[in-house]
Write a protein that binds this ligand. Structure first.
Ligand code: SF4
Length: 291
């Protein structure tokens, strides 16, 4: 990531959208201090957490949780569902040890894994992908978090299961007053769940704004191309708009606008200067020389 800056208000679901290699996951993990940043600052509730020592940050870890893309890899194969959920609650002393199982059963029920007693003793290998992701969500919410980074949480699930998991996340958000940073490569998923959107390309924010505005009035050629990759959201003929080639190697970033090697609207200036984000309507920012 290079020079990105954004904020998430309490109660928001902000989606970061972009192709693989755009920096979405690194952004999400950096915010939670799971990968170190080389420069810049991260603030949470007015506290600068980026420079905090791990021991000082630990109490905040409970409030800041993550749901990973791969539910198979994010659960330990040797731990039953019950033990996996209780582990975090024990570390953060969420409830008294004698109440751990009761609380775990309650959490399993809240993510729709019922009868909860049945799932409590199951090992991850005996569960479907959707059930494992529900366990991962249960594990995150068992710690009473305030902010959750959801890193492509439905990308590895069957289509039929995706909408149910998204619906569960929307319901839990309302019920527990959560704030989400939702990472996805799929604008259709973003449209379903987000109220704000941030489009990233090769480590830069190229467009951001309220979800309704971005979908009704997309500006950046990359955003338009992503939209045209969704069959029912074609703005113009799809074959004309899909950007040519692949996202460049982040170790060899093009000069000027990073998208110019794939942009059909590229002009002379685009390979020489880097466009800055400009506000084109209230809250709607675009980095492109066309505007
Ligand atoms: Fe295309 Fe130029 Fe806009 Fe970049 S700045 S998206 S190359 S028109």
């Amino acid at each position: 990531m290079d020079g990105i800056s954004f904020s998430i208000d309490e109660g928001d679901t902000l989606c970061i959208v972009g192709e693989s290699g755009s920096g979405k996951t690194t952004t999400g993990r950096s915010i939670l201090k799971l990968v170190p940043i080389t420069d810049g600052e991260i603030h949470y509730n007015g506290i600068k957490i980026s420079s905090m020592e791990e021991k000082d940050f630990r109490p905040l870890r409970r409030e800041l949780q993550i749901i990973f893309q791969d539910p198979h890899a994010s659960l330990s194969p040797g731990m039953t569902v019950g033990k996996a959920i209780e582990y975090g609650m024990r570390i953060h002393r969420i409830v008294d040890r004698s109440k751990l199982k009761e609380k775990t059963i309650e959490v399993l029920e809240s993510v729709g894994l019922e009868p909860a007693e049945y799932y409590y003793n199951k090992y991850p290998a005996t569960l479907s992908g959707g059930q494992k992701q529900r366990v991962a969500i249960a594990r995150a919410i068992s710690l009473n978090p305030k902010f959750i980074v959801a890193d492509e949480p439905v990308a590895m699930l069957d289509m039929s299961v995706r909408s149910r998991i998204l619906k569960l996340m929307i319901d839990l958000k309302k019920e527990k007053n959560l704030t989400y940073l939702f990472i996805t490569h799929d604008l259709a998923t973003a449209k379903f769940i987000c109220n704000k959107i941030l489009i990233m390309y090769l480590g830069k924010i190229v467009e951001s704004g309220p979800s309704g505005e971005i979908f009704s009035n997309p500006k950046h050629p990359y955003t338009i191309a992503l939209m045209n990759a969704i069959p029912d959201m074609k703005l113009v003929k799809r074959e004309k708009e899909i950007p040519k080639g692949e996202i460049p190697n982040p170790l060899n970033i093009p000069n000027g606008c990073r998208f110019h090697t794939r942009c059909k609207f590229a002009m002379d200036i685009c390979s020489k200067e880097e466009p800055k984000l400009k506000e084109v309507s209230p809250g709607h920012m675009v980095a492109c020389f066309l505007y």
